[in-house]
Design a protein around this ligand. Sequence first.
Ligand SMILES: [Zn+2]
Length: 547
Amino acid sequence: MKLLKPILFFVYLFPFITACGQGHNKAFTREDSLRGKITPEREWWDLKYYELRVKVSPPEKAIAGSTTVFYEVLKPYQTIQIDLQPPLQIEKVTQDGQELSFKKDGSNAYMISLKKAQVKGKNESIVVTYSGKPIVAKRPPWDGGFQWVKDKAGNDFVATSCQGLGSSAWWPCKDHMYDECDSMLISITVPKNLTDISNGRLRKTTENADGTKTFDWFVKNPINNYGVNVNIGNYVHFDEIFEGEKGKLTMDYYVLPENLEKAKEQFKQAGMMMKAFEHWFGPYPFYEDGYKLVEVPYLGMEHQSSVTYGNGYKNGYLGRDLSGTGWGLKWDFIIIHESGHEWFANNITYKDVADMWIHESFTNYSESLYTEYYFGKKAASEYVIGTRKGIRNDIPIIGSYDVNKSGSGDMYPKGGNMLHTIRQILNNDDKWRQILRGLNKTFYHQTVTTQQIEDYLSKNVGRDLNKVFDQYLRDVKIPVLEYSVEKNKISYRWNNCVEGFDMPVKVTVDAGKEEFIYPTTTWKTIKGKSELKADENFYITTKLVSK
Ligand SMILES: [Zn+2]
């Protein structure tokens, strides 16, 4: 890690996306569709509630348990798709106590035949029992699954992560992002010397006769699949109350005993984060479930209401500044970035991972907004501009739909810079903040498409931004503002851009006052003698040409 150069650093940060990039031209299979599409066997039922019960056995690296899936029938259909990835296996499925038969389609999809007639509007449930040794995470959180390690004292330290891979890597579920349960029980049984921290609030703990202990966590809000997590360790706890926009918010911290003092210092940034992000994005979206920051053996992940942390109690990204400006060392990347996802990922969630920019571009930009809140606008601009060195412009940011395929890792720094550019077009900081808050209000606890977010931004910025989104999300070219000088006239136009690209840009002519110009792909002219200089906050390049 230490020797990685900045560009490799981003590769390390987002390797599963890099892997997608390498496989960009591969043909998709039925297996990909079963994973990524709203299949007929998914479409007919609306997920309401999950009861997940899992016993975790660290010595065997094995799990066993059940998911009870509660759903409403949207239209009559007699086959239900539930996903579970090998080596785990579904053992039994029942409805109303009656055992059901099932067939596997591909390696993950179980097509279960329902005996009882499924009547529109009725609420039903099935119980899915399963067991086995789940996929072991190779490089969590990017290459996820179960991670089994020991802490320094020799206690088991176990955690799950599964974005991209899918939550069916460790529990049976409807493994598609479009449909979230409204609430969820997560009941985890572990050896009694250990503690499980999952999402939401702890309802009860039960000591079992077999030397285990069960932790019942309850999530009162909709939660996406990959947000659900298990963290098992010899945790110690401290907490605080945050006085926020919706009243008192509990903030609970769980860390290994040897890190308690460091955590008490470093996690002061969690409250600072909450203050800055409520300012920019509106109230924390999960007051009912509280906010937790939980130490894990990997870098971190945006698990809803139990954000996981493994950044070594250091500022920056594992002690480094991804922007190269110094501002990234003023705060802890994992506390800020992963918590930013509570608004963009957990509150507003993509329906299809192809639209993952909705999570990562806004959250990347949240790093800059945090910087702005505490260090000012200039610092924030320097930060977001600094992150451009990580942009590769390899493949488009938007991935492939219906096959569980995200686009370029550029969704982080380039997406952040696209949002920063849109903010410059708007040229009204207060309104910009209202837009960010408005997004979180309008799409509160919803799953969305890129079109919904693009339309909202166009409407509220007061300008058709279609071409801007096409340029930065669906193309890899960076627009060039070309200009040429003749006597008292400067000609300018957009080049190296999508057809019809018409983004306004703030410039100075001959080092004079800042003004907006409205270039298109055909030449326009403005009075001037020597130079056209674009505001560097716009993610574009400028080039002097001879016509
Ligand atoms: Zn992220």
